[in-house]
Write a new protein. Structure first.
Length: 181
């Protein structure tokens, strides 16, 4: 991986909120500190835009979460949770996130995707080859596609210091006891 980071570099951050939320919940039983994730991912560079792609539910329990994201400078894009006749649910922002990254890429030097989803590999390749952007991924390594890690210019593994990126303290279970620093 070849990566260049300098203070004048224009950066856009695109957050697959569901992916990161579920990774933190499943791995550590905790919530993500999105403010710290953004701060470390941007790393002193010029943040042009940070967008979190989120799902709204009928109960509306996520309102405080959306407000908290706004307070740390993250714009939210919302989509309603789809519930189908058989009871199955769908909440997918992959296409919207990809379109936004492509649309903003001419104004960026680096695109940071906060996700571990391998479905974004074609987006990474397009941004690198066609748009000439540096592409970085930020996610929990244990739940990130190894192929995605291979194709990006830089990978920030949140598993290397999980407590720094979690809220409410991690729930250390037997599988993670030795991996939390």
């Amino acid at each position: 991986m070849s990566v260049i980071k300098h203070k004048n570099q224009r950066v856009g951050v695109f957050i697959d909120t569901q992916n990161l939320y579920h990774s933190a919940k499943n791995l550590y039983g905790a919530k993500v500190n999105f403010g710290q994730v953004i701060k470390d991912a941007v790393d002193g560079r010029v943040l042009i835009r940070a967008t979190a792609y989120v799902i709204t539910t009928e109960a509306g329990d996520e309102k405080n979460f959306f407000e908290a994201l706004g307070k740390v400078g993250i714009t939210t894009k919302t989509k309603n949770l789809q519930i189908f006749a058989g009871g199955s649910k769908k909440a997918d922002w992959d296409v919207g996130m990809a379109i936004d990254a492509i649309s903003l890429s001419p104004k960026l030097d680096a695109v940071i995707l906060v996700t571990g989803d391998g479905d974004f590999i074609p987006l990474v390749e397009y941004l690198k080859v066609v748009q000439g952007c540096q592409v970085e991924v930020v996610s929990y390594g244990k739940s990130t596609s190894s192929k995605l890690i291979e194709v990006v210019d830089d990978f920030m593994d949140l598993d290397l210091n999980p407590r720094k990126y979690l809220l409410g303290g991690p729930n250390i279970n037997r599988n993670n006891r030795n991996q939390i620093k």
